[in-house]
Design a binder for this molecule. Structure first.
Ligand code: ATR
Length: 274
């Protein structure tokens, strides 16, 4: 069967194998999907070896998304805009193509599964790393009225806004400069929930209809959810990143197999456990 894998470090808890195997079962496609734990120094060699041994496609997660972009010969527009890749494909001539399906997965989850129409809304994005960049571009494409980006290191937020280059619609603020502003959507793309730390933000940025979204899921989303609910976000208007994970996987799956899986049953099954 065609071989696929997810590369990360650590990688043991990745849900990607289960998601891709469930999609494949649904469509009657045969595949093998492995998890490969590669230390950063060995990442590129491990991917090249995987492709040399017949691997067809790879998903890439932390901390390898920059390296995945850098080693590729071709890049989709979404990958080029962000400088990071979460999916690699071996082309027929042996060259490697990088994709970034995170932003598209985020927008599909929040609009189609979450029923949140992004058009005309004011969004706040916390963070300016690779995941944040993907979400920033996707929010702009989806037609938000405004996008405000804040980051602990403000220069990185400025870089994202400068790259987008629509100053009337996308701008930055200092992390402690949000007093008096309010938002329909607040997205956490920082790693605070993973590495530890708090969300030191004015609760007044939340309105009674605001939605909060954490790109992480499970325990890593608990800190931001706690802040959001305390600030007045209704608990069922908080979304974690499990749906985005399934949606970005569906885009990778379609790029590899040319068929679009139905994400809902896979999402529902995972939701019962995470
Ligand atoms: P990823 O590619 O997953 O987005 P990253 O590039 O390491 O990962 O980005 C992590 C994000 O979380 C950054 O926006 C980082 O802020 P800095 O740019 O200032 O480093 C943010 N972050 C991590 N720990 C944080 C903390 N304790 N407080 C505030 N922001 C934090």
């Amino acid at each position: 069967a065609p071989r696929f894998a997810v590369f990360g470090h650590p990688i043991a808890h990745s849900l990607s194998p289960r998601i891709h195997e469930a999609f494949a079962a649904q469509l009657g496609i045969r595949l093998e999907y492995a998890t490969i734990d590669a230390e950063p120094a060995r990442f590129e060699a491990a991917v090249r070896q995987f492709f040399a041994e017949g691997g067809v496609g790879a998903n890439v997660t932390l901390p390898h998304k920059h390296a995945a972009f850098a080693m590729a010969d071709e890049h989709t527009e979404a990958a080029r805009r962000t400088g990071v890749a979460n999916t690699l494909t071996r082309l027929p001539d042996g060259r490697i193509k990088a994709h970034n399906t995170d932003g598209g997965g985020f927008v599909r989850d929040i609009t189609e599964r979450g029923g949140f129409d992004l058009r005309g809304h004011d969004a706040l994005l916390l963070g300016a790393g690779g995941a944040a960049k993907a979400v920033a571009w996707a929010l702009m494409d989806a037609g938000v009225q405004s996008l405000t980006i804040v980051n602990r290191t403000p220069e990185r937020a400025d870089e994202v806004a400068d790259a987008i280059g629509e100053p009337a619609r996308c701008h930055t603020r200092y992390w402690d400069g949000l007093e008096g502003e309010c938002f329909d959507l607040i997205v956490n793309a920082t790693s605070i929930g993973v590495t530890g730390g708090g969300f030191d933000l004015p609760m007044s940025i939340v309105q009674d209809h605001s939605t909060a979204y954490d790109l992480c899921y499970g325990a890593s989303a608990a800190e931001f959810k706690g802040w959001a609910v305390a600030a007045g976000v209704r608990p069922d208007w908080f979304r974690d990143g499990l749906g985005m994970l399934v949606e970005q996987a569906a885009d990778a799956f379609e790029a590899w197999h040319g068929q679009r899986p139905d994400t809902d049953p896979v999402y529902r099954e995972l939701r019962q456990r995470y």
